[in-house]
Design a protein around this ligand. Sequence first.
Ligand SMILES: Nc1ncnc2c1ncn2[C@@H]1O[C@H](COP(=O)(O)OP(=O)(O)OP(=O)(O)O)[C@@H](O)[C@H]1O
Length: 470
Amino acid sequence: MTELFSETNRNGLTRDLIEAVFPMFEEASAGAIAVDRETRITWINSSYSHLLGLGDPKSVIGKLVRQVIPQTRMPEVVETGKPLLLDIMEHNNQQLVVTRLPFYDDDGHIMGAVAFVLYDDLQPLTPLVAKYRRLHQDLAAARKALAKKTRGTRYNLADFVGASPAALEVKRRARLAAGRDMPVLLLGETGTGKEVLAQAIHAVSTRAEKPFVGVNVAAIPDNLLEAEFFGVAPGAYTGADRRTREGKFQLADGGTLFLDEVGDMPLPLQAKLLRALQEGEIEPLGSNKIATVDVRVVAATSRNLETMIATGEFRSDLYYRLNVLEIPIPPLRDRLADLGVLCEALLGEICDGQEMRGEITDAGVAALGGYDWPGNIRELRNVLERAMTMGEDGGLLDADAIFKVLPRSGTRPVSSLVSQPVRPLAKTLADAESQAIEEALVVSRGNRTRAAKLLGISRSVLYEKLARMS
Ligand SMILES: Nc1ncnc2c1ncn2[C@@H]1O[C@H](COP(=O)(O)OP(=O)(O)OP(=O)(O)O)[C@@H](O)[C@H]1O
């Protein structure tokens, strides 16, 4: 193996010291490596080559260190001449604590660098590493949010993942809504993506450059809703701010106002909202001046507004005003064919910025297909996140990993044909065909070519059948 210290740099106190200290370091550390001025490996001890999973240590001598350890910062040490006394380096999904030092010749010229792995077992440093990981994740999330914020909204239509006929219909309507400046009503259970879609509609509309303002009606106490919506005039009531406080309508002026859970709006406020929508005028609390606003409203609810109208809880005139274009978003249980692509997208999001690989096997996807998904895609995301946290197999989720985290209630037999009463043969056959197609799409993760192959039919026949199913 190449000598670390040559004859020419063996003299002097510094050399002596280095030579005295080096063997101790090498022995105490979990590995050591040296590079020359060109950052080529000149020496590596056997414990480090073992830790890195290299076969013969000699095989890497002369190679650029980055080719062997992509994450290394030794080139930085050689370039700057500054030591990196403590650093955490990721290599093959393990975190190594490393110290890197430059070394010089007698004339003070940099000769290269040496690095020691201090621990290969980070047990004593677990809290530190956990904190490091958390900060790493937070940073990645913040960067992503910032990138999306510069677009005005966090989501666009591509973020509404799904290729099933039902999902494509939702996207078709959303595109239609985006192209026309009319109120839109999104209907769907919790977690089906109503907010994703509202933002997407805004992002592809002519108002995209203007603000998107969201307000969750259910989350605000009734007595604060009016101020939240229409703003407050200066000194409107004792203790009120002396400055004008803008409401969501003013903040959204020129853009889109997303009214989430509009079914939870108290009746008196429904009347004021109707006026704002009809006249484009609002009256801030404590003000006698009318302000004009130009907003496009996208409302959403998980409640049945027609039933609420019948019971007097929701104004029918407001309903018709909001419901110019209605987009029903199907629950996840009704579009199981999208499970595969959804898993791929959600696992990508979950693992983003982390040194994790998130993948799911076909059996894992099929296991998800046996559950009822009352919390829809939000719940799916949580389940995948839990499975990733608890999983051990390098981030590959199989059926077992899914069953471990899937809530017990709500699982249903994959075949829904079993317990049905006898029906006309044609109907039973059509249902069996639909189910086989859905299952093939689940297994092929929405890949229609693969699904057609699995079903033993041509792609065009599959498209034909899918069109008939929608
Ligand atoms: N079609 C989709 N594709 C990808 N992710 C989705 C989709 N639908 C929802 N999600 C994800 O699921 C979560 C919940 O979505 P969102 O908040 O839009 O649902 P919601 O219907 O508005 O729920 P709630 O009614 O409870 O407010 C988010 O993390 C979102 O990114």
